[in-house]
Design a protein around this ligand. Structure first.
Ligand code: HPA
Ligand code: ZN
Length: 319
């Protein structure tokens, strides 16, 4: 039995496996510049975040209809459940779909066809987190939040993703204030490729409750101390860090150092179709390669529920 866990850093578009991408491409009459799944998989060699994002945005062009988003989420939930995921807080990128005329209603209602029945069908509770693309304008983020208004009963929080360097959190102060006023929870990617100062800014300017990645906090001991003191969870993604060269190899990943420092670490899969593993695969990989003890693994699993947006009674039932 895999360890029960919550997944807190998961981009639904990053669960698009090559087989489903080709199936949806055929269904929607979209042509992909790859002959087959093998040729596509061969393209999964990334130089860094941007080269991954280029392929990630290209491939998601096959997603067009509500049913496409439902099929995508259903496939993820089945895989996640099989690997011990009991709760998933799922990012989605509405601006990346709006670019090709797919509205946020299609995305959210499509995902909901799978998420709405997920507890019954898979034993996985879910939350949706709307991510703003940080390499788009602040005005576009605000327009996206406006477009999301009719769907807010389905959306728990907002996040910030895409190309980090040169796009500091403070650019999104107003839209995060507006999101907070609507009762939405707040998270942001920070300190993946961007400097530790972006983590501080995400906390102080955006009021985030969790930091997605946050790996580069290690470059600033005072920041580490603050994150420990304030019990700010980090949603780490070790396999992603290897594939995007934030670390050289998994054996070099600073997860043990972060845990020893007293940080509230969680381990997540980010974009599992691209980075080589879902939540259980990721737990297995860090256990085997970083030689984590059973106690450490249980701590990571417990942290994943503690750091989630589940209410206390739901959290107890989930774990
Ligand atoms: N970082 C930033 N943006 C993203 C990622 C990531 O790891 N995955 C999908 N969008
Ligand atoms: Zn991410």
């Amino acid at each position: 039995m895999p360890l029960p866990k919550a997944e807190l850093h998961l981009h639904i578009e990053g669960t698009l496996e090559p087989e489903l991408a080709f199936e949806l491409a055929a269904r929607n009459g979209v042509s992909l510049p790859y002959a087959d799944t093998e040729e596509l998989r061969a393209a999964y060699r990334f130089q860094g975040l941007q080269s991954f994002l280029d392929l990630y945005y290209e491939l998601m062009s096959v997603l067009r209809t509500e049913q496409d988003f439902a099929d995508l989420a259903e496939a993820y939930l089945g895989r996640a459940a099989a690997q011990g995921v009991r709760h998933a807080e799922i990012f989605f990128d509405p601006q990346a779909h709006a670019r090709r005329g797919v509205g946020i209603g299609t995305v959210v209602e499509g995902l909901w066809r799978a998420l709405g029945d997920s507890e019954r069908n898979h034993g996985v509770s879910t939350r949706l987190i709307l991510c703003f693309l940080r390499d788009e304008s602040a005005e576009s983020a605000m327009e996206t939040l406006r477009a999301a208004r009719p769907h807010l009963d389905r959306i728990t929080g907002v996040g910030l993703d895409s190309a980090e360097a040169g796009h500091p959190p403070a650019k999104f102060r107003e839209v995060y204030e507006a999101a907070a006023a609507l009762g939405l929870r707040r998270v942001a990617h920070a300190g993946e490729e961007g400097p530790p100062a972006y983590i501080t800014e995400a906390l102080d300017v955006l009021g985030v409750e969790r930091v997605d990645h946050g790996l580069r906090c290690l470059e600033d001991p005072a920041l580490v101390e603050r994150l420990v003191r304030e019990r700010v969870p980090l949603t780490l993604c070790p396999l992603s860090n290897v594939r995007l060269h934030a670390v050289d190899t998994l054996a070099d990943h600073p997860l043990p150092t972060l845990l020893d420092a007293g940080l509230l670490c969680t381990v997540n899969s980010d974009d599992p179709a691209y980075f080589g593993g879902y939540a259980g695969d990721t737990f297995d990989a860090v256990r085997d390669t970083l030689h984590l003890t059973e106690d450490r693994l249980r701590e990571l699993a417990r942290n994943s529920f503690l750091a989630s947006f589940l209410e206390d009674d739901e959290e107890r039932r989930a774990r």
